[in-house]
Design a binder for this molecule. Structure first.
Ligand SMILES: Nc1ncnc2c1ncn2[C@@H]1O[C@H](COP(=O)(O)OP(=O)(O)O)[C@@H](O)[C@H]1O
Ligand SMILES: [Mg+2]
Length: 380
């Protein structure tokens, strides 16, 4: 079905469409298949924007997986409590259920009695609809029990992917990890993919003996797609549409963004748009593409800055101008950017790291979002 829609630009960003627009990840998909078929849960860990969510969606889109399992995908990045977790999971289960058999759907409201309030009949058509509000989750633990009870009765095994899983550590309630672990342990019908972008939080959850999820899942890291593989993918997408691209362009973009999939795809999307039919994309187009991509996000960067305390803003811009800042507490760095003191820089960096604006690499600190960094250093 999807393939019949005319896709103007084959460099898709922000959603999963189909195999055709998805580059590689063959081994990773196979690894997931193997672990899950062997009854093991997987903890998928990598920095943001490398392609974790995309990989999970790609895996769920495999024919054998679709046929043999019920698959559920929830992103809990924005959730802050068990009630929201339960709400998100319940909604996803119902959404996947819609095209399924009426029996399973009926059972949904039988077993998950907390959700009955969300069951309504459309006033126009009389068809059943599901309209649940966050406020309808009065007793989240009970609802969670019911959801798991329901999963146990599924007619096929289930795979539940919980994206940005580290977020449960931030919940208002402090027993969620233990609670979930117990539920998951007792659940025979479902297997889990826990994915997360905060390496130390995730690794602490799964690798420290005192934590409920200790050794409960196989850890899997995700690396950037290798340049040669991405290059072949890009070249063929250009050529299929009567355009071409010099391989040095692909190499240069890939290197500039360390192969981080989201940034590279954003650039390729723009470069593809800038290239006329029958023309070739050359090195001279990179700077225009970069400018367009960065400026398209300007409003969100301004919003972000307007919410940032001045002390953090100054440090952030200094780091943007450096690109990678090696020695942030050195007298040289502090003097160069007129910063206050080593301790105030340290305090700001700590907060910027916590809020995902900065990231620490082997060579020093850099701004997580390459495009934001470029904008801060050159436009702002
Ligand atoms: N293998 C891939 N081929 C093409 N595009 C991809 C691939 N993996 C991810 N993407 C694109 O890159 C972007 C970032 O990937 P995503 O899966 O959201 O990263 P993460 O979950 O690690 O933050 C997505 O918008 C997606 O469209
Ligand atoms: Mg993601």
């Amino acid at each position: 079905m999807m393939n019949n829609i005319a896709i103007n630009n084959p460099f898709i960003v922000g959603k999963y469409l189909s195999d055709k627009y998805f580059c590689d990840r063959t081994e990773e998909t196979e690894f997931l298949r193997k672990q899950l078929q062997n009854g093991r849960d997987v903890a998928l860990i990598s920095p943001r924007r490398i392609g974790k969510s995309g990989l999970i969606q790609h895996f769920f889109n495999q024919q054998d997986i679709k046929e043999n399992y019920h698959v559920f995908f929830i992103d809990i990045y924005a959730t802050t409590s068990l009630a929201e977790f339960v709400y998100t999971l319940g909604k996803e289960i119902y959404a996947q259920l819609k095209p399924q058999s009426a029996v399973w759907k009926e059972k949904f409201f039988q077993v998950i009695s907390s959700f009955r309030v969300g069951f309504k009949l459309d006033t126009m058509t009389g068809a059943p609809t599901f309209d649940l509000g966050l406020g309808d989750i009065q007793a989240p633990q009970t609802t969670l029990d019911e959801i798991f009870a329901y999963i146990e009765e599924a007619d096929k095994p289930c795979i539940i992917a919980i994206d940005e899983f580290q977020q449960i550590g931030e919940y208002a309630e402090n027993n969620v990890e233990a609670l979930l672990r117990t539920k998951i342990q007792k659940c025979h019908k479902a297997q889990f993919i826990f994915s997360g972008s905060k390496r130390h939080v995730m690794s602490n959850m799964f690798n420290s003996p005192s934590k409920p999820f200790y050794q409960s899942a196989i850890s899997m890291g995700l690396e950037p797609i290798p340049l040669s593989t991405y290059s072949a993918f890009t070249t063929s997408l250009f050529e299929e549409r009567g355009k071409s691209i010099n391989s040095e362009v692909i190499e240069s973009v890939w290197n500039h963004y360390d192969g981080y999939t989201w940034f590279v795809q954003m650039m390729m999307n723009e470069l593809f748009a800038l290239t006329a039919t029958n023309a070739t994309c050359g090195m001279d187009m990179i700077s225009e593409a970069r400018h367009n991509v960065v400026m398209a996000q300007e409003n969100s960067y301004k919003d972000l800055l307007s919410n940032l305390p001045p002390k953090q803003k100054i440090v952030l811009q200094a780091i943007a101008k450096e690109g990678i800042a090696h020695n942030i507490t050195s007298a040289k760095f502090i003097k160069k950017y007129n910063l206050n003191s080593a301790s105030s820089v340290q305090a700001a960096v700590k907060l910027l790291l916590k809020n995902d604006l900065l990231t620490q690499t082997d060579n020093g600190y850099r701004i997580y979002d390459f495009f934001f960094s470029e904008w801060l250093a050159t436009v702002y």
